[in-house]
Design a protein around this ligand. Sequence first.
Ligand SMILES: Cc1cc2nc3c(=O)[nH]c(=O)nc-3n(C[C@H](O)[C@H](O)[C@H](O)COP(=O)(O)OP(=O)(O)OC[C@H]3O[C@@H](n4cnc5c(N)ncnc54)[C@H](O)[C@@H]3O)c2cc1C
Length: 320
Amino acid sequence: MSVPRSADVLVIGAGVIGCAIARDLEATGRSVVVVDRGAIGGEASSAAAGVLAVASGDDDGARLALRRAGSALVPALVAALQDETGIDVGFRCCGILALAWTDDEVAAQAARVARRRTQGLAAEAIAGEHLCELEPAASPSARGGAFLESLGQIDVLAVNRPEADALVPALVAKFGESGPALTLDAGEQPPPLLARGLFGGGYEMSVPAFLCALRRLGTRYVMLTDGRGGAFVCADGSVIYCPVIETTVAGTAGAGDAIASTFAAFVALGRPIDVALKAATLNAASVVAYIDTQSGLLRRDALEGRLAASSELRVRKWNL
Ligand SMILES: Cc1cc2nc3c(=O)[nH]c(=O)nc-3n(C[C@H](O)[C@H](O)[C@H](O)COP(=O)(O)OP(=O)(O)OC[C@H]3O[C@@H](n4cnc5c(N)ncnc54)[C@H](O)[C@@H]3O)c2cc1C
Protein backbone atom coordinates (compact mmCIF):
# COMPACT_ATOMS: atom_id res chain seq x y z
CA MET A 1 0.00 0.00 0.00
CA SER A 2 1.40 3.43 -0.88
CA VAL A 3 1.36 6.08 1.82
CA PRO A 4 0.92 9.69 0.68
CA ARG A 5 4.13 11.74 1.06
CA SER A 6 2.24 14.64 2.56
CA ALA A 7 -1.02 15.25 4.37
CA ASP A 8 -2.64 17.98 6.42
CA VAL A 9 -2.52 15.81 9.51
CA LEU A 10 -0.42 12.82 10.51
CA VAL A 11 -1.99 10.70 13.25
CA ILE A 12 0.47 8.40 15.01
CA GLY A 13 -1.28 5.42 16.56
CA ALA A 14 -4.16 3.53 14.95
CA GLY A 15 -6.02 2.58 18.10
CA VAL A 16 -9.64 3.56 18.59
CA ILE A 17 -8.60 7.07 19.59
CA GLY A 18 -6.30 7.71 16.62
CA CYS A 19 -8.81 6.25 14.17
CA ALA A 20 -11.68 8.29 15.62
CA ILE A 21 -9.62 11.49 15.42
CA ALA A 22 -8.63 10.72 11.83
CA ARG A 23 -12.24 10.00 10.85
CA ASP A 24 -13.48 13.28 12.33
CA LEU A 25 -10.65 15.28 10.78
CA GLU A 26 -11.26 13.78 7.36
CA ALA A 27 -14.92 14.77 7.64
CA THR A 28 -13.76 18.40 7.87
CA GLY A 29 -12.06 18.10 4.48
CA ARG A 30 -8.49 17.66 5.68
CA SER A 31 -6.23 14.97 4.28
CA VAL A 32 -5.17 12.59 7.02
CA VAL A 33 -2.62 9.80 7.24
CA VAL A 34 -2.75 7.34 10.14
CA VAL A 35 0.36 5.27 10.90
CA ASP A 36 1.01 2.60 13.46
CA ARG A 37 4.07 0.57 14.38
CA GLY A 38 1.86 -2.54 14.56
CA ALA A 39 -1.56 -3.76 13.52
CA ILE A 40 -4.48 -1.34 13.30
CA GLY A 41 -6.31 -1.58 16.61
CA GLY A 42 -3.81 -4.20 17.74
CA GLU A 43 -3.03 -2.80 21.19
CA ALA A 44 -5.38 -1.73 24.03
CA SER A 45 -8.24 -1.19 21.58
CA SER A 46 -8.37 -4.89 20.73
CA ALA A 47 -8.43 -5.85 24.41
CA ALA A 48 -11.25 -3.56 25.57
CA ALA A 49 -14.27 -5.39 26.92
CA GLY A 50 -16.58 -2.94 25.16
CA VAL A 51 -18.12 -1.48 28.30
CA LEU A 52 -18.93 2.22 28.01
CA ALA A 53 -19.67 3.23 31.59
CA VAL A 54 -21.27 6.63 32.05
CA ALA A 55 -20.24 6.93 35.68
CA SER A 56 -17.32 5.24 37.27
CA GLY A 57 -15.70 5.39 40.70
CA ASP A 58 -15.92 8.80 42.28
CA ASP A 59 -16.24 10.80 39.09
CA ASP A 60 -18.21 13.93 39.73
CA GLY A 61 -18.56 17.48 38.46
CA ALA A 62 -16.74 18.23 35.22
CA ARG A 63 -15.46 14.69 34.67
CA LEU A 64 -18.92 13.20 35.06
CA ALA A 65 -20.38 15.89 32.79
CA LEU A 66 -17.75 15.07 30.16
CA ARG A 67 -18.47 11.35 30.40
CA ARG A 68 -22.20 11.95 30.06
CA ALA A 69 -21.73 14.25 27.11
CA GLY A 70 -19.46 11.66 25.48
CA SER A 71 -21.89 8.82 26.14
CA ALA A 72 -24.74 10.80 24.62
CA LEU A 73 -22.80 10.90 21.32
CA VAL A 74 -22.28 7.14 21.13
CA PRO A 75 -25.63 6.02 19.60
CA ALA A 76 -25.26 8.43 16.68
CA LEU A 77 -21.61 7.40 16.17
CA VAL A 78 -22.58 3.71 16.18
CA ALA A 79 -25.33 4.35 13.63
CA ALA A 80 -22.96 6.35 11.41
CA LEU A 81 -20.27 3.67 11.57
CA GLN A 82 -22.82 1.00 10.68
CA ASP A 83 -23.88 3.08 7.67
CA GLU A 84 -20.28 3.52 6.55
CA THR A 85 -19.05 -0.03 7.15
CA GLY A 86 -22.14 -2.23 7.28
CA ILE A 87 -20.81 -3.64 10.57
CA ASP A 88 -23.20 -4.07 13.49
CA VAL A 89 -21.11 -3.67 16.63
CA GLY A 90 -23.93 -4.95 18.82
CA PHE A 91 -24.29 -1.72 20.76
CA ARG A 92 -26.83 -2.00 23.58
CA CYS A 93 -27.85 0.64 26.09
CA CYS A 94 -28.10 -1.28 29.33
CA GLY A 95 -26.96 -0.94 32.90
CA ILE A 96 -24.12 -2.57 34.78
CA LEU A 97 -24.42 -4.89 37.76
CA ALA A 98 -21.98 -4.23 40.60
CA LEU A 99 -21.88 -7.16 43.01
CA ALA A 100 -21.33 -6.97 46.76
CA TRP A 101 -20.12 -9.81 48.94
CA THR A 102 -19.57 -8.32 52.39
CA ASP A 103 -21.65 -6.06 54.63
CA ASP A 104 -19.17 -3.24 54.01
CA GLU A 105 -19.54 -3.67 50.26
CA VAL A 106 -23.33 -3.73 50.52
CA ALA A 107 -23.21 -0.46 52.49
CA ALA A 108 -20.81 1.09 49.96
CA GLN A 109 -23.06 0.06 47.08
CA ALA A 110 -26.11 1.53 48.84
CA ALA A 111 -24.24 4.83 49.24
CA ARG A 112 -23.24 4.70 45.57
CA VAL A 113 -26.84 4.11 44.50
CA ALA A 114 -27.95 7.15 46.50
CA ARG A 115 -25.16 9.25 45.02
CA ARG A 116 -25.87 8.20 41.44
CA ARG A 117 -29.49 9.18 41.95
CA THR A 118 -28.53 12.64 43.13
CA GLN A 119 -26.40 12.85 39.96
CA GLY A 120 -29.52 12.20 37.92
CA LEU A 121 -28.56 8.67 36.91
CA ALA A 122 -30.82 5.64 37.20
CA ALA A 123 -29.49 3.38 39.98
CA GLU A 124 -31.13 0.65 41.98
CA ALA A 125 -30.12 -1.71 44.79
CA ILE A 126 -31.11 -5.29 43.95
CA ALA A 127 -31.56 -7.94 46.61
CA GLY A 128 -29.38 -11.01 46.19
CA GLU A 129 -32.28 -13.36 45.49
CA HIS A 130 -33.36 -11.27 42.48
CA LEU A 131 -29.87 -11.00 41.00
CA CYS A 132 -30.15 -14.31 39.12
CA GLU A 133 -33.13 -12.96 37.18
CA LEU A 134 -30.83 -10.31 35.72
CA GLU A 135 -27.60 -12.30 35.47
CA PRO A 136 -27.76 -16.09 35.78
CA ALA A 137 -23.95 -16.34 35.70
CA ALA A 138 -23.29 -14.01 38.65
CA SER A 139 -21.13 -15.42 41.43
CA PRO A 140 -22.96 -17.69 43.88
CA SER A 141 -21.14 -15.95 46.75
CA ALA A 142 -23.04 -12.81 45.83
CA ARG A 143 -26.49 -14.27 45.77
CA GLY A 144 -26.98 -17.99 46.06
CA GLY A 145 -27.08 -20.91 43.69
CA ALA A 146 -28.16 -19.83 40.21
CA PHE A 147 -24.58 -19.86 38.91
CA LEU A 148 -24.22 -23.48 39.92
CA GLU A 149 -27.52 -24.33 38.28
CA SER A 150 -26.30 -22.92 34.96
CA LEU A 151 -23.23 -25.18 34.86
CA GLY A 152 -25.07 -28.01 33.13
CA GLN A 153 -25.16 -25.85 30.00
CA ILE A 154 -21.44 -25.09 30.04
CA ASP A 155 -18.96 -27.39 28.28
CA VAL A 156 -15.75 -25.71 29.40
CA LEU A 157 -15.50 -23.84 32.69
CA ALA A 158 -12.20 -22.17 33.62
CA VAL A 159 -11.74 -20.71 37.09
CA ASN A 160 -8.67 -19.32 38.80
CA ARG A 161 -7.75 -19.91 42.41
CA PRO A 162 -9.56 -16.89 43.97
CA GLU A 163 -12.68 -17.73 41.97
CA ALA A 164 -12.43 -21.35 43.09
CA ASP A 165 -12.04 -20.29 46.73
CA ALA A 166 -15.19 -18.15 46.34
CA LEU A 167 -17.16 -21.16 45.05
CA VAL A 168 -16.20 -23.42 47.97
CA PRO A 169 -19.06 -22.51 50.37
CA ALA A 170 -21.76 -23.14 47.76
CA LEU A 171 -20.18 -26.42 46.65
CA VAL A 172 -19.70 -27.63 50.22
CA ALA A 173 -23.36 -26.83 50.92
CA LYS A 174 -24.32 -29.07 47.98
CA PHE A 175 -21.78 -31.89 48.15
CA GLY A 176 -19.92 -31.66 51.46
CA GLU A 177 -16.19 -31.16 51.85
CA SER A 178 -14.96 -34.64 50.97
CA GLY A 179 -14.13 -36.11 47.58
CA PRO A 180 -11.66 -38.42 45.84
CA ALA A 181 -7.95 -38.23 46.59
CA LEU A 182 -5.14 -38.06 44.02
CA THR A 183 -2.42 -40.53 44.95
CA LEU A 184 1.15 -39.35 44.52
CA ASP A 185 4.09 -41.60 43.72
CA ALA A 186 6.73 -42.09 46.39
CA GLY A 187 8.79 -38.89 46.63
CA GLU A 188 6.56 -37.03 44.16
CA GLN A 189 6.13 -33.30 44.92
CA PRO A 190 2.45 -32.31 44.79
CA PRO A 191 1.50 -29.26 42.70
CA PRO A 192 1.25 -26.26 45.08
CA LEU A 193 -2.54 -26.00 44.88
CA LEU A 194 -2.99 -29.73 45.44
CA ALA A 195 -1.00 -29.34 48.67
CA ARG A 196 -2.85 -26.17 49.69
CA GLY A 197 -6.44 -27.07 48.84
CA LEU A 198 -9.23 -24.51 48.42
CA PHE A 199 -10.75 -22.35 51.15
CA GLY A 200 -13.77 -20.10 51.36
CA GLY A 201 -16.22 -18.95 54.02
CA GLY A 202 -14.56 -21.14 56.64
CA TYR A 203 -14.87 -24.28 54.49
CA GLU A 204 -12.20 -26.33 52.84
CA MET A 205 -12.15 -28.58 49.78
CA SER A 206 -9.39 -30.58 48.19
CA VAL A 207 -8.67 -29.83 44.55
CA PRO A 208 -10.11 -33.17 43.31
CA ALA A 209 -13.22 -32.74 45.49
CA PHE A 210 -13.72 -29.26 44.03
CA LEU A 211 -13.21 -30.38 40.43
CA CYS A 212 -15.50 -33.39 40.82
CA ALA A 213 -18.22 -31.26 42.43
CA LEU A 214 -18.28 -28.95 39.42
CA ARG A 215 -18.31 -31.93 37.06
CA ARG A 216 -21.28 -33.36 38.94
CA LEU A 217 -23.14 -30.13 38.17
CA GLY A 218 -22.85 -30.94 34.50
CA THR A 219 -19.80 -29.06 33.21
CA ARG A 220 -17.89 -31.33 30.87
CA TYR A 221 -14.37 -29.87 31.24
CA VAL A 222 -13.41 -28.02 34.42
CA MET A 223 -10.14 -26.10 34.34
CA LEU A 224 -8.59 -24.72 37.52
CA THR A 225 -5.65 -22.36 37.08
CA ASP A 226 -3.18 -21.34 39.76
CA GLY A 227 -0.89 -18.76 38.13
CA ARG A 228 2.72 -19.93 38.52
CA GLY A 229 1.38 -23.06 40.21
CA GLY A 230 0.15 -24.52 36.91
CA ALA A 231 -3.30 -25.70 35.83
CA PHE A 232 -5.58 -28.68 36.40
CA VAL A 233 -8.28 -30.07 34.12
CA CYS A 234 -10.92 -32.55 35.20
CA ALA A 235 -12.78 -34.42 32.47
CA ASP A 236 -13.64 -37.91 31.28
CA GLY A 237 -12.87 -39.62 34.60
CA SER A 238 -9.43 -38.11 35.12
CA VAL A 239 -7.60 -35.12 36.50
CA ILE A 240 -4.67 -33.78 34.48
CA TYR A 241 -2.12 -31.30 35.78
CA CYS A 242 0.34 -29.23 33.75
CA PRO A 243 3.02 -27.09 35.43
CA VAL A 244 3.89 -23.68 34.03
CA ILE A 245 6.76 -23.23 31.63
CA GLU A 246 9.56 -21.28 33.27
CA THR A 247 9.91 -18.01 31.43
CA THR A 248 10.72 -14.37 32.11
CA VAL A 249 7.44 -12.75 33.05
CA ALA A 250 6.95 -9.22 31.69
CA GLY A 251 3.27 -9.00 32.71
CA THR A 252 0.54 -11.47 33.59
CA ALA A 253 -2.33 -9.57 31.90
CA GLY A 254 -4.06 -11.86 29.44
CA ALA A 255 -2.56 -15.12 30.75
CA GLY A 256 -5.86 -16.38 32.15
CA ASP A 257 -7.70 -15.53 28.95
CA ALA A 258 -4.98 -17.22 26.88
CA ILE A 259 -4.98 -20.47 28.83
CA ALA A 260 -8.78 -20.76 28.99
CA SER A 261 -9.45 -19.82 25.38
CA THR A 262 -6.65 -21.99 23.97
CA PHE A 263 -7.85 -24.98 25.97
CA ALA A 264 -11.43 -24.46 24.79
CA ALA A 265 -10.30 -24.02 21.17
CA PHE A 266 -8.21 -27.22 21.19
CA VAL A 267 -11.01 -29.20 22.83
CA ALA A 268 -13.40 -27.83 20.19
CA LEU A 269 -10.93 -29.02 17.54
CA GLY A 270 -11.22 -32.53 18.98
CA ARG A 271 -7.69 -32.68 20.39
CA PRO A 272 -7.02 -34.87 23.45
CA ILE A 273 -7.35 -33.14 26.81
CA ASP A 274 -3.67 -33.42 27.69
CA VAL A 275 -2.68 -31.86 24.35
CA ALA A 276 -5.24 -29.07 24.81
CA LEU A 277 -3.84 -28.35 28.29
CA LYS A 278 -0.26 -28.31 26.99
CA ALA A 279 -1.20 -25.95 24.15
CA ALA A 280 -3.01 -23.70 26.64
CA THR A 281 0.02 -23.65 28.94
CA LEU A 282 2.35 -22.82 26.03
CA ASN A 283 0.15 -19.95 24.90
CA ALA A 284 -0.11 -18.51 28.42
CA ALA A 285 3.68 -18.70 28.77
CA SER A 286 4.05 -16.86 25.49
CA VAL A 287 1.59 -14.13 26.58
CA VAL A 288 3.31 -13.43 29.92
CA ALA A 289 6.61 -12.82 28.15
CA TYR A 290 5.12 -9.52 26.94
CA ILE A 291 3.72 -6.64 28.93
CA ASP A 292 0.49 -6.44 26.92
CA THR A 293 -2.22 -9.02 26.35
CA GLN A 294 -1.85 -9.48 22.59
CA SER A 295 1.79 -9.51 21.45
CA GLY A 296 2.58 -12.97 22.79
CA LEU A 297 -0.68 -14.63 21.82
CA LEU A 298 0.17 -17.52 19.46
CA ARG A 299 -1.89 -18.48 16.46
CA ARG A 300 -2.74 -22.09 15.87
CA ASP A 301 0.10 -22.91 13.47
CA ALA A 302 2.69 -21.37 15.80
CA LEU A 303 1.18 -23.26 18.73
CA GLU A 304 1.30 -26.54 16.83
CA GLY A 305 4.99 -25.89 16.15
CA ARG A 306 5.68 -25.20 19.83
CA LEU A 307 3.71 -28.28 20.84
CA ALA A 308 5.81 -30.44 18.55
CA ALA A 309 9.00 -28.91 19.94
CA SER A 310 8.00 -29.13 23.61
CA SER A 311 8.63 -32.75 24.38
CA GLU A 312 9.91 -31.74 27.84
CA LEU A 313 6.48 -30.37 28.76
CA ARG A 314 4.94 -33.22 30.72
CA VAL A 315 1.50 -33.48 32.20
CA ARG A 316 0.55 -35.62 35.21
CA LYS A 317 -2.62 -37.64 34.93
CA TRP A 318 -4.66 -39.31 37.66
CA ASN A 319 -7.64 -41.56 36.93
CA LEU A 320 -10.52 -40.96 39.31
C1 LIG B 1 -7.96 -5.67 29.03
C2 LIG B 1 -8.54 -4.29 28.75
C3 LIG B 1 -9.91 -4.11 28.83
C4 LIG B 1 -10.47 -2.83 28.59
N1 LIG B 1 -11.82 -2.69 28.65
C5 LIG B 1 -12.38 -1.49 28.39
C6 LIG B 1 -13.78 -1.31 28.39
O1 LIG B 1 -14.54 -2.24 28.62
N2 LIG B 1 -14.28 -0.08 28.14
C7 LIG B 1 -13.47 0.97 27.85
O2 LIG B 1 -13.99 2.08 27.62
N3 LIG B 1 -12.13 0.85 27.81
C8 LIG B 1 -11.58 -0.35 28.08
N4 LIG B 1 -10.23 -0.50 28.05
C9 LIG B 1 -9.42 0.68 27.76
C10 LIG B 1 -9.43 0.95 26.25
O3 LIG B 1 -9.05 -0.22 25.55
C11 LIG B 1 -8.43 2.06 25.94
O4 LIG B 1 -8.76 3.21 26.72
C12 LIG B 1 -8.47 2.45 24.47
O5 LIG B 1 -8.39 1.33 23.62
C13 LIG B 1 -7.32 3.37 24.20
O6 LIG B 1 -7.27 3.61 22.83
P1 LIG B 1 -5.98 4.22 22.21
O7 LIG B 1 -6.23 4.39 20.75
O8 LIG B 1 -5.59 5.43 23.00
O9 LIG B 1 -4.82 3.18 22.51
P2 LIG B 1 -4.33 1.81 21.69
O10 LIG B 1 -5.49 1.04 21.24
O11 LIG B 1 -3.34 1.21 22.58
O12 LIG B 1 -3.69 2.47 20.42
C14 LIG B 1 -2.44 3.11 20.45
C15 LIG B 1 -1.74 2.74 19.17
O13 LIG B 1 -0.57 3.53 19.07
C16 LIG B 1 0.43 2.73 18.49
N5 LIG B 1 1.70 3.34 18.85
C17 LIG B 1 2.18 3.60 20.09
N6 LIG B 1 3.39 4.18 19.99
C18 LIG B 1 3.66 4.29 18.66
C19 LIG B 1 4.77 4.83 17.93
N7 LIG B 1 5.83 5.35 18.55
N8 LIG B 1 4.71 4.76 16.59
C20 LIG B 1 3.65 4.23 15.95
N9 LIG B 1 2.57 3.74 16.58
C21 LIG B 1 2.59 3.77 17.94
C22 LIG B 1 0.23 1.36 19.11
O14 LIG B 1 0.79 0.34 18.29
C23 LIG B 1 -1.30 1.29 19.15
O15 LIG B 1 -1.85 0.62 18.02
C24 LIG B 1 -9.64 -1.74 28.26
C25 LIG B 1 -8.26 -1.94 28.16
C26 LIG B 1 -7.71 -3.20 28.40
C27 LIG B 1 -6.21 -3.38 28.24
